[in-house]
Design a protein around this ligand. Structure first.
Ligand code: SAM
Ligand code: SF4
Length: 328
């Protein structure tokens, strides 16, 4: 059985972007009320008394947009300074990163994954739902700031959308030739708004690899991180290319993670809500953390049966929660 030691922690379900595949403009999302968010103290207590004792040691802060969470730098410092934390990373859209990268690095964050779906401001704004002033430049400055602050590896996440940014795959892959960056192409998942992109909703990773192979050649890189990406390299490039193919290949068998939502629900699987535990309610009711450890251990035992392939009932078609709500 796979060791499950990686917890993705959503800090907030709100976002300053409106990516079409995540929080489309006009979608009615029920935001978590501020008093329903886990506080920093509750989160740290859960880490120290529940997650770390049952074996979690790798943490990723995500959202929504984690940089919108008040006190995020202090929270990073507190989690990074726990002696059992082996790895602390963040997934962000980088819009606020230029002013925060150095403080986050100094607080102990070492890895960031940044979403960047396009190198063209117009396409970027279309995907991220920007109105008025373009957001591309400030995002690019956030990426540069992260690079200069010393984040390594710097990973860029690209959700490939047919007909919108699939034509940029070579340009995005080229970013890895002279930079020690990792560009990861993600197959679009039919969460929340599956109909959005019509019948051909996602582009299989193998199609992308084929076009890169034809252009430069492509070799498998001998790297495996915490995640589900298959890693390749353009011959001679400094960086790597990752492919996250949850639609064309099922990687449930190597899943090493669970998710904690911003309001304290522990989910064993992104697309399957079976077995989830309301940890915020439990600690606010004063339930002993020894009992919570037991509940999490039991959930770990049944996790292999709760997976992407066997989604919970009622979610056979479109999944109604978006990534921003689950904690992507
Ligand atoms: N706001 C941050 C960001 O965008 O990086 C963190 C949260 S976001 C939900 C985390 C990741 O989920 C991003 O890389 C985003 O592109 C990805 N994502 C969101 N909705 C998705 C979908 N329907 N299919 C595939 N990836 C998705
Ligand atoms: Fe916000 Fe990230 Fe979702 Fe885009 S993908 S709307 S940046 S949470």
């Amino acid at each position: 059985m796979n060791t499950v030691d990686y917890l993705r922690i959503s800090l907030i379900d709100r976002c300053n972007f409106r990516c079409q595949y995540c929080m489309p403009e006009g979608a009615e999302l029920d935001y978590i009320l501020r008093q329903e968010l886990l506080t920093n103290e509750e989160l740290l207590r859960l880490l120290k008394e529940v997650f770390i004792p049952v074996g979690f040691s790798k943490f990723r802060l995500t959202g929504g947009e984690p940089l919108l969470r008040p006190g995020v730098v202090e929270l990073v410092r507190d989690i990074a300074s726990l002696p059992q934390t082996q790895d602390l990373a963040m997934t962000t859209n980088a819009y606020l990163l230029a002013g925060m990268a150095e403080n986050l690095y100094n607080a102990g964050l070492r890895r960031v994954n940044i979403s960047l779906d396009s190198l063209h401001p117009e396409t970027f704004d279309k995907i991220t739902g920007s109105r008025g002033r373009s957001r591309w430049q400030q995002t690019w400055e956030g990426i540069q700031a992260a690079y200069h602050a010393g984040f390594d590896p710097l990973k860029l996440n690209v959700v490939v959308i047919p007909g919108i940014n699939e034509g940029e795959v070579l340009d995005l892959a080229a970013l890895t030739i002279e930079r020690h960056w990792h560009v990861r192409f993600i197959e679009f998942m039919p969460i929340g708004n599956a109909e959005l992109f019509g019948e051909r909703a996602w582009v299989p990773s193998e199609e992308l690899r084929q076009s890169i192979r034809e252009h430069w050649g492509l070799s498998a890189a001998n790297v495996r991180g915490n995640g589900p990406a298959d890693v390749f390299q353009i011959p001679g490039a400094l960086g790597t290319l990752g492919f996250i193919s949850q639609m064309s290949e099922c990687f449930c068998d190597r899943c090493n993670r669970m998710r904690l939502s911003a309001d304290g629900w522990l989910r064993p699987c992104l697309l399957n809500e079976n077995g989830q535990i309301d940890l915020k309610k439990a600690i606010r009711l004063g339930i002993d953390t020894a009992d919570l450890r037991e509940q999490v251990r039991e959930l770990l035992l049944i996790k292999p049966e709760i997976n992407f392939k066997q989604r919970d009932s009622g979610t056979q078609g479109t999944y109604t929660r978006t990534m921003s709500q689950i904690g992507g």
